[in-house]
Design a binder for this molecule. Structure first.
Ligand SMILES: NC(=O)c1ccc[n+]([C@@H]2O[C@H](COP(=O)([O-])OP(=O)(O)OC[C@H]3O[C@@H](n4cnc5c(N)ncnc54)[C@H](OP(=O)(O)O)[C@@H]3O)[C@@H](O)[C@H]2O)c1
Length: 248
């Protein structure tokens, strides 16, 4: 397998919008074969079609990351189509912020299922392939909220802190298999993430604050491209970035 981005097979969860979509676009343009996973089939199919029409290589596989078999199917589809998997970007996530006292227990479950268990299912799906290849790269998405905790964000922060712990354990365990691991912690990026905050008062105030300083999703895509593009003997383990004006 050549170094760099060109011809690498990259599976991206949460590829239907925001950071995942921007990364699919950037990596496809750099010559990667991108495999797009998300629940909104119309979005990923349209993106795969658009990328293919532009001369790039893309495959859409409808995937709910809370379903272990669907994540396995996403990865196995990539391997069946392209013969290998080089990079797994565990990016799907959601952030329905609310103070604990509002008792949004279903949303707590959802964040644990998508942000944490979804990443575990991604790791479970790719490890056997990458161990057999003796090569691979697993990129997990944490957050500045994996480093700091604010009121109203406790459960989201808990899932994103867990991703950092998980990624560090993974890093140590997969070294013998020549598998690289990266955890990326973005600051505020303008995407659909805040649209899913269920209480309007919180949603509007978060959008107001974040809208003042957030940067575009290609910021994240460039970080992913950097980690992948480094020579095979370099393991970029952590990237943390913030918009210059982000106060927290
Ligand atoms: N934007 C930020 O400021 C920021 C900062 C730090 C970290 N992050 C993290 O970045 C990641 C991407 O978020 P984003 O900002 O790009 O938000 P976004 O625009 O809302 O994108 C979230 C993506 O996750 C997917 N997703 C959600 N639930 C899913 C499920 N059950 N199965 C499969 N896919 C699912 C969505 O696709 P479908 O709805 O089509 O399934 C969508 O593609 C998340 O992990 C988020 O926590 C974002």
């Amino acid at each position: 397998m050549s170094e760099g981005i060109k011809d690498k097979v990259v599976v991206i969860t949460g590829a239907s919008s925001g950071l995942g979509e921007a990364t699919a676009r950037r990596l496809a343009a750099a010559g990667a074969k991108v495999v797009l996973g998300a629940r909104r089939a119309d979005r990923i199919e349209a993106l795969a079609k658009e990328l293919s029409a532009a001369g790039h290589t893309a495959l859409a596989v409808t995937t709910d990351v809370t379903d272990r078999d669907q994540v396995k199917n996403l990865v196995n589809s990539a391997v069946a189509e392209f013969g290998r998997i080089d990079v797994m970007l565990n990016n799907a996530g959601l952030m329905p912020l609310a103070p604990l006292e509002r008792l949004k227990v279903d949303e707590w479950d959802q964040m644990i299922d998508v942000n944490l268990k979804g990443v575990l299912y991604g790791i479970a799906a790719v490890l056997p392939h990458m161990q057999a290849q003796k090569q691979g790269h697993i990129i997990n998405v944490s957050s500045v909220y994996g480093h700091v905790v604010d009121p109203g964000a406790a459960v989201y922060c808990a899932t994103k802190s867990a991703i950092r712990a998980l990624s560090e354990g993974l890093r140590k365990e997969v070294k013998p298999y020549n598998i690289r691991t990266t955890v990326i912690s973005p600051g505020a990026v303008s995407t659909e993430l805040t649209d899913h905050i269920s209480d309007a008062d919180i949603r509007n105030s978060v959008k107001d604050v974040v809208g003042k300083f957030s940067v575009g999703p290609d910021t994240f895509a460039r970080a992913v491209a950097f980690a992948i593009n480094e020579p095979d003997d370099v393991d970029i383990n952590e990237i943390l970035f913030r918009p210059i004006d982000q106060p927290v």
